[in-house]
Design a protein around this ligand. Sequence first.
Ligand code: KG4
Ligand code: ZN
Length: 354
Amino acid sequence: MTLIFGIESSCDETAAAVVEDGQRILSNVIASQVDLHAQYGGVYPELASRAHVEAISVVMDQAISEAGITLNDIDAIAVTRGPGLIGSLLVGVSAAKGLALALDKPLLGINHLEGHVYSLWLTDPERPIEFPVLVLIVSGGHTELLLMHDHGIYERLGGTLDDAAGEAFDKVGRMLGLPFPGGPSIERAAAKGNPTAFDFPRSKLDDSYDFSFSGLKTATLREATVPQSSGKRGASKLERTPALRSGISINDVAASFQKALVDALVTKTARAAAEYHVREILLAGGVSANSALREAMVKQTQLPVRFPPLRLCTDNAAMIAAAGYYRFRAGMRHDLDFDAVPSWQLTTDAYDGV
Ligand code: KG4
Ligand code: ZN
């Protein structure tokens, strides 16, 4: 039995967890900063790192006590090394190093995107995942389509060329005056709206497995808001939160936007799954909580589709511990002097030379 202690602080959740053998969650503690950032309509980096500093030791203590173990029972410590906000990452990385030194335990710096991938290994351990699989990671910062041949072996098929899927949800949510984060707010509004009310554009990168959501965002903005000829210089249209057109149905706009974005995601994912003959499709990341996306993906393909339970879609430390378990098993160990890596792609060679 191997116990991995996971620590996550890459964005706006401070989290710690204990996971057994990469699949059984003994504890999974998350201190969310959503309320702190809601007033700004987005994550405020300086406030985020300060909040991580305040929360981290309590969260770590709680994860150990809820797991019913002592610190000495841990086999290794896995911490998110990147990608993410540098100030936020440093809080988790420093805490993990301190702990590793004090306990004299191995330390592993984990790629946050790989963490999202491994949230699927925590989801249904009785039904082992069979390679090759296609993984769609859709979060606030990333949209990545990966062919995964085996543990740690990734082939990147495509990703977003501009906004991440979650970022598009958050920006459109803010524009429609909905509470932060935009994803869940838009999903709620969309449930009451007509998804065919507006025919928003799907990105036209037909031959590739890349995505683009900025055209959709702009089209939604144009449809829903009053054009502004003169505005504050230097501020983008979205930052100015323009007035909504009178009489427009926010629910219809939300539903049509969500449908366009989901269509783009599931069409390409299903096409890649067929082309590469994968055994299963895995959805991960905050946007994989979206039920319209889940339903559309299942409808679009005959293949088994897996998605994490809601609490494992958004950022958490159990997924970092699960990814850490497979890296630990493969022999990876990091020195205490490793750095955080704010921008870091997930590839087969991701851990070489960083
Ligand atoms: O994975 P995550 O917690 O953080 C990152 O690594 O970025 O993802 C957060 C993102 C936010 O953009 C949020 O709006 C989006 O996930 N999200 C959703 C839903 N729940 C969270 N987007 C669409 N529908 C949802 N139900
Ligand atoms: Zn994430």
